[in-house]
Structure formats: structure tokens, C-alpha cells
Design a protein around this ligand. Sequence first.
Ligand code: NAD
Length: 447
Amino acid sequence: MINPTTAEAFTTVEFASAEETDAAIERAHQAFGGWRDLAPGDRATLLRRFARLVDDHGDELAQLEVRNSGHPIGNARWEAGNVRDVLNFYSATPERLFGRQIPVAGGIDVTFREPLGVVGVIVPWNFPMPIAGWGFAPALAAGNCVVLKPAEWTPLTALRLAEIAAEAGIPDGVFTVLPGEGPVVGRRLVEHPLVRKITFTGSTRVGKMIMAGCAEQLKRCTLELGGKSANVIFADADLERAATAAPGAVFDNSGQDCCARSRILVQSSVLDRFLELLEPAVKDVRVGDPADPETIMGPLTSAQHRQRVQGYLDDADVAYTGTAPDGPGFWMPPTVIINTSPDDRIWREEVFGPVLAVQPFTDEADAIRLANDSDYGLSGSIFTRDLGRALRVSRSVQAGNLSVNSHSSVRYWTPFGGYKQSGLGRELGPDAADAYTEEKNVFIADY
Ligand code: NAD
């Protein structure tokens, strides 16, 4: 594994083979009956103990993420805390996995919520801890066993979480982390008949392959995919607030964020003033050593990814950049592009790096049209002081997670997911565990 801050290798991880994947799935299948039939209170207790140990090891997990992913330490601590919170939140599920009783003549009709069996969770490299937790916590809580594949570049924290789960007493085979390559371990999870559901987070390109693979067996799948979200700023907005918040909405996690508001749409009457306010805010973003608590933006996670992002900039008209350290790490400064057209690659494709592009719009209808002119629909923001407009635009923008006068997208107790090619299904929120169950209906005659 390479430390993105220094570009030095610091450890190695052995990747699993297809045969080892089959063996892990078999072990998970063997463990399923015992986990499913555990008394709900006992399953809840184990999940709470797992959460407590994640909390105890929070700083260690965060330090590991800094080395493996280059995330600033403050962010990495939040990420470990998010896993703890998600486990605690879904630890209420075992005792609340309610069925229904439906009125019928001649008997009683009830529904049961039953776990699916073995669930495969496939995770990307941009948020290795939270995205793992959003899959495994509700799946385990609903009584499933999980085989999780972290991304090739960033498996270390997920491997450590599996050790912590074992320390908490989660039985052998119930939660397995298998590092490996997508086309080997990930593909086998999709193909194996004992895996009943795939929860995939990653690119839209691979997501389509996962869905096609799942279709072979009508396997359930949840897909959390790419984004190209709009940050729509109206003339009546608090422009200072909008301009000082805009960099954080793109440069957080070095732009390697599916929710990044990388398209900024500004009403033309205030464009000049907005750009004037934006420039110092971008130049203020502190890029540097992720172990330093003052750092806002670290390096990109890999050399290959930096090269991919650079490929977009080679064709673009860069207005200005912030600063970034020289040196061997995978650095890139916050970058702003002002002269774009709606057909430009940089405006249409997910760059997944610290790059934002700005375009003007004329009125509300134009803003909605431009915001929706994308294959994606994951998130977005609307800055306005007009409540009616906030509601109208929120209803009209085709995206799963919108925020008004804010860029906040992720709260573990609210649903998260995409419209259009940003995905299928929802994670987090009060209903996520239901997506890891079948609803069975039983009629009992009263004769
Ligand atoms: P990716 O699609 O390349 O890889 C994601 C995972 O899929 C990795 O674990 C990879 O090994 C695995 N994989 C690759 N090929 C596979 C195959 N043939 N079969 C099974 N598994 C396979 O994505 P990435 O580059 O790791 O992550 C970045 C992408 O993830 C971006 O597009 C980003 O927007 C998206 N993302 C979405 C969300 C969301 O919640 N919507 C969150 C984070 C990231």
C-alpha cells in the first residue's frame, strides 16, 4: 500500500483469489442460520459492542486512514465516528424489524421481515470506512452475513474493522472482509449463487456491469454511483455565505466525493460579485500534510487517479488555482474553471478531483434546466433567501439529496441515494435495513 502523502509503500496486503472468495461466501452461508436466529436483543448487544470498540479504536482507525488514503486527520476521525454512529443507529433494528398484520376475512394475515442470507458489499476507495459501514451495519442488523470487498488501493481500515468486529464477539463468518481485485473478488460476489444481494458503491461504469451481473440471477442490488452535482446560487442569496461555502462543497476529500458540487451555477446579475468573493475563499483552502489538524485538503489518493484528473485539466481553460505542496505525494491544488460550455467534458463528466467549474444562468427556469442537464442526479445545493423558490427548485431538481443554503448531504438517519445514473435504491435512514430483507406474507385460516 502506498502512502499518498509521501508516495512511499508502507505495507503490503495479499489479495484474495476467486477460490478464497468462494470459501468466504460458503463460511458466511454456514454462519447465516445462527446469526439470523440469534435473539434480537443479543444481536443488538453485539452490534453495540462493535460500535463501542470502533469508538475505542477511533483514533487508531483515523491514523490508518490518513496513511492509506491521505484524508486529513479531522475528516478521518469523523469517518471512524460515522461507522460507530451507523452501528449504533442500526443496533436498534433487530428489535424493531416489524412485520404487519393485515385485515382479512376467514383468518389472520401477517407479514414477516426475513433476512436475505449472504450479502456482498463492494466499496470504493474514496470513503473506505463510512461507505463500508453504510452497507454492513444495516445488513448485519437485519440478520444477514456480509462479505465485504474494499477497494484495491484502500483496504486497511476495513480489514481492521473486521478484526474489531471479531473482538466484539461477532461470530466467525458473519462479517468477512476480503481484499482483492474488482474483476476477481467483486465479480465472484456478483456471480456466486449463495450471495443474495450486492450493495455496490462506485463508478457508474462498473455499476452497470454489476447490475447486468445481478440480473443473471435476479439478485437484488443497491447501487450508489457517480455524481456531477450542481450548486445553484440565486441573486437573492447571501452571496458571502454561498461563496465561502462553495470551496468546501468541492474540495472536501480533495474532490473525491460523489456528492461534490462541482458545477456552480450563478445567476448572471451577481456573477461578477460572486467570482470576486469565490477567489479568496479558494485560495484560503489549506492544502498540505493530512496529519496536521489544520489541513483542509490532503493529496489525491493515488498517482493513477491524479493522472486521470490531470487529463481533464489538460483540455480545460483554468482560471486560477490555490496552492499545493511540491514533493513526491499525489498533490493537486484547488482549481477553478470559469469559461465552460454545457457540452464541455469538464462540465458533463465526473472529474472526482479538486476542480470546480462555474456557469451563469438567467432565471429560475434556466437554473433548473441547467441543473438537470446531466446524466447524474446524486446531490446538489440551492442558495436563496426566498422560501417559495427554495421549495420550487427543490421539487424540480432531479437529485436524491438536496440542501438549501448548505452543502450538507449525509446524515446517517436520513436516506441517501441517487436519481438517474447516480444509482438505484437508498442507503442510510430509517428504512435501509428493510432493503436487506424479504417481506413474507402468511395467511392462517381460523377454522
Ligand atoms: P470503481 O467503480 O472503479 O470501483 C468500486 C469498487 O468496485 C472497487 O472495490 C472495485 O474493486 C470494484 N470493482 C471494479 N470492477 C469490478 C467488477 N468487474 N466486478 C465487481 N466489482 C468491481 O469506483 P472507484 O473509482 O473505486 O470509486 C469512485 C466512484 O465511486 C466515483 O464514481 C464516485 O462518484 C462513486 N461513489 C459513489 C458514492 C455514492 O454514494 N453514490 C459514494 C462514493 C463514491
